[in-house]
Write a protein that binds this ligand. Sequence first.
Ligand SMILES: Nc1ncnc2c1ncn2[C@@H]1O[C@H](COP(=O)(O)OP(=O)(O)OP(=O)(O)O)[C@@H](O)[C@H]1O
Ligand SMILES: [Mg+2]
Length: 259
Amino acid sequence: MPEDLAIRIEDLSITYKVNLEAKRTLKNAVMRASLRQEARTRTVEAVKHMTLDIPHGSVLGIVGSNGAGKSTLMRCIAGILSPTEGRVIVNGKISTLLALGVGFNPALSGRDNIILGGLASGLTKEEIENKTAEITEFAALPEGFIDLPVRTYSSGMYGRLSFSVAVNMTPDILLLDEALSAGDAAFKEKSFERMRKLCEEARTILIVSHALATVTDLCDTAIWMHKGQMLAKGKPEQVVDDYLKFLNVGSLPSNLEDM
Ligand SMILES: Nc1ncnc2c1ncn2[C@@H]1O[C@H](COP(=O)(O)OP(=O)(O)OP(=O)(O)O)[C@@H](O)[C@H]1O
Ligand SMILES: [Mg+2]
C-alpha cells in the first residue's frame, strides 16, 4: 500500500454469529443431532463492504447511532476481531483505548497493568519505568490506588488510568472509542487538552464519539456509519450536520436514501 497511508480498509465486512441456544451443553447438542436440527444462530452484519484509506497524520472522527458498527470497526483495526470478508492493512504501531475488548487485567494492580501494557507495546524495561511515572502522574488516582487491583477501581478511575496508558505509549496510530467520556469534568478537560496536543503532533488518531463537538473540534475528517455502512465522509462540520439532521428528522438525507 502507498507509504503515506496509515490504515487501508478494503471492502471490509464483519459478521457476528450469535448462538441462540440457552446453553451450549452436550445434552442440547445430542438432542439437536437426534432431531436433525441445526443450532439456532443469528447473524449480525455489523460492518458491510466498507472501503476507506486513512492517511498518516489524519485525525478521523467516527459518528453514528448505537449499533452502527463503530466499535466493531475499531476492534478489527486493532486486530482483536478478524474480517469476515475483505481486509485491513495497518502501517505503524497501534495503541488502543476501546470501550469493549482488551482492557486491564482486573486482578492486577494499576502499576502491573501499566507494565503489561508497555511490554505488549514492545517498550524496554527502562522506557516502561519512565512511562509509569508519567502515566501515574497524569491519571492522578487517589492516594495508593495505583498499587491496588484494578477491580477495586471506580469506573472513572479505571477510565483515567486507561486513557493515560493509551496516550502515553507514543503510538503511531491511536484508536479511541468513547475515551473522553470517562472521568469527571476536571479530567475530561485535561484529557481533551492532551488529545489536542496529540492531534498537533501529526499522529494518526481515530476517535469514536457521541460527543459531536469533540469530533468537530479535534478531527480533520469524519465519517458517519449507519447500519454497518459508511454513509458519509468529509469535513467534520458537514458530516456531523448531516448526522444531526438524520437524528432530528429520523430520515436519511435524500442523496443518501438509496444506501
Ligand atoms: N460480540 C458481539 N456478538 C454479537 N453481536 C455483536 C457483538 N458486538 C456487537 N454486536 C452487534 O454488532 C452491531 C454493531 O455493534 P457495535 O458495537 O459495533 O456498534 P457501535 O456503533 O459501536 O454502537 P455504540 O454507539 O452503541 O457503541 C450491533 O448490532 C451489535 O448488536
Ligand atoms: Mg461502540
